[in-house]
Design a protein around this ligand. Structure first.
Ligand code: A3P
Length: 288
């Protein structure tokens, strides 16, 4: 997929609105999960959870990615003819680093939810996603399955889609400190630990707080349960078919656990990644 061309079109042509809400992330850090949570928060007053479009649509089809959907020729589900057709607030996503975002996103009063994940699990998740893509869509004669060792090496050198990883995370981290009303910084691990608490944080941040009545009626729990990996994985719509010609829908829901890296990293890889992480994050106030 010619991602670079899509990103350039996005940078050149996109105009943000102050009501927009963006999900930004490095791939494989939990953005699909955050899409389903954000979509549910925003639409909870006009759609009963039992009739949520999430039961019939993959989350990627409800919160469009700017570079892989809107500005992509491979986009293959009903596409809005114009971005203005999207209802307000427009819910959109991007993997582009903060410094490379279109100026109008940086200067408008829109909001950005950034999700990150520890680099160990992000790398493992990204490796499995890549392997699934290669096995399914690359011509069998061209099939070269990269080793985990090589993928690890690339990651440490900063070679990862939309990376380098630490620069990406720190770009949004810095903005979340400088402009806390504009950028909300979330960690996958925190969401796993207490999804209800972070769901409320997101709702407060976008100005759509849960009322005491909604809390007592269990709306938060209903959203958390609907968007859980267990529920999402079992939905037919997420089990079969592909998105944008290349990506199997089910490949967005793999294990959804913290710590799968322990099944992949050798002791020397752990040592090298830990050192790299300490170097990159030193003095930033961010830790994993
Ligand atoms: P694993 O490969 O470790 O299982 P992204 O959505 O940014 O592509 O990230 C994908 C990762 O998030 C995958 O991690 C996937 O399983 C996990 N994931 C997807 N939906 C989830 C959910 N509802 N809850 C927790 N994790 C989820």
């Amino acid at each position: 997929m010619p991602i670079f061309r899509n990103v350039v079109s996005f940078q050149k042509h996109f105009v943000a609105k102050e009501t927009d809400i963006y999900i930004a992330s490095i791939p494989k850090t939990g953005s699909t999960w955050l899409k389903s949570l954000l979509y549910s928060i925003v639409n909870r007053s006009n759609q009963a959870i039992s009739e949520s479009p999430l039961l019939t649509h993959h989350p990627q089809q409800l919160v469009y990615s700017l570079e892989t959907d809107i500005y992509s020729e491979a986009f293959d589900y009903p596409r809005p003819h114009h971005l203005d057709e999207l209802v307000s607030p427009r819910l959109l996503s991007t993997h582009v680093p903060y410094t490379s975002l279109p100026e109008s996103i940086k200067t408008s009063d829109c909001r950005i939810l950034y999700i990150c994940r520890n680099p160990f699990d992000t790398l493992v998740s990204s490796y499995h996603f890549h392997i699934a893509y290669i096995k399914n869509f690359i011509n069998k004669e061209d099939l070269v399955i990269p080793s985990f060792e090589d993928t690890f090496e690339d990651f440490c050198e900063g070679i990862i889609l939309f990376g380098p990883f630490f620069e990406h995370v720190l770009g949004y981290w810095k903005m979340s400190l400088e402009q806390p009303d504009k950028v909300l910084f979330l960690k996958y691990e925190d969401l796993k630990e207490d999804p209800a608490y972070h769901l409320k944080r997101v709702a407060d941040f976008i100005g759509m707080s849960f009322s005491p009545q909604e809390e007592s009626e269990g709306v938060i729990k209903q959203i958390v349960d609907l968007c859980s990996i267990k529920t999402m994985k079992e939905l037919d719509v997420n089990k079969n078919g592909v998105i944008n010609k290349f990506f199997e829908k089910k490949s967005y829901f793999r294990k959804g656990e913290i710590g799968d890296w322990t099944n992949h990293f050798t002791p020397s890889m752990v040592e090298r990644m830990t050192k790299l992480m300490e170097e990159k994050l030193e003095g930033t106030g961010l830790s994993f």
